[in-house]
Design a protein around this ligand. Sequence first.
Ligand code: GDP
Length: 198
Amino acid sequence: MPLFQNATFFISAHNLSDLPPANGVEIAFAGRSNAGKSSALNTLANHNRLAFVSKQPGRTQLINFFTLGNDKHLVDLPGYGYAKVPEAMRAHWQMVLSRYLTERNSLRGLVLVMDSRHPLTSLDKQMLDWFCTTGKPVHVLLTKSDKLSRNEANQTLMKVRKELNDTWRNCSVQLFSSLKKQGVEEAENIIGKWLFSE
Ligand code: GDP
């Protein structure tokens, strides 16, 4: 049975003060708008509408919590890098994201979703810089890998793995396709360990 089969919507937060108490364990999903984060969450949850694949990036900027029961949560962070977001909103979200990533005690690990055709953008690097100061693990999903040939996908994987290892601590990376349902087990194994190891 998929790891997140029973995920259900729990709460949305617009500010740090709206976050639920930091009890239990949570795993956050972040990524550039349109990288494929909602699709990846839905694929992992074996659900079609869990994370609402948003057609208006930048509009609904909320931190969405999904519960797996037993005080375990998946946290869908707002997509970043959407060009049309007003400056004040961008600044607000930079502050919220950086503080959430660095200060949230219940956060066990970060899943960073990148389009495999454009990995490690400057904003992705910014997220890694913020989060890796905590020493907590990051797992990168290189999504839409179905859009690359097998050879291109493997080369991208090796290149990103090398850059991650050279620059940040405690990062792993894999290829992922929501369309082809590829990489699901590998992702579940890592996220499952973060969620269920004490
Ligand atoms: P988000 O903004 O990061 O949540 O991205 P979405 O999940 O909404 O996906 C953005 C676009 O990429 C949508 O048109 C999806 O259908 C498409 N997409 C997402 N994942 C994949 C994938 O694995 N393969 C392909 N071919 N398209 C994908």
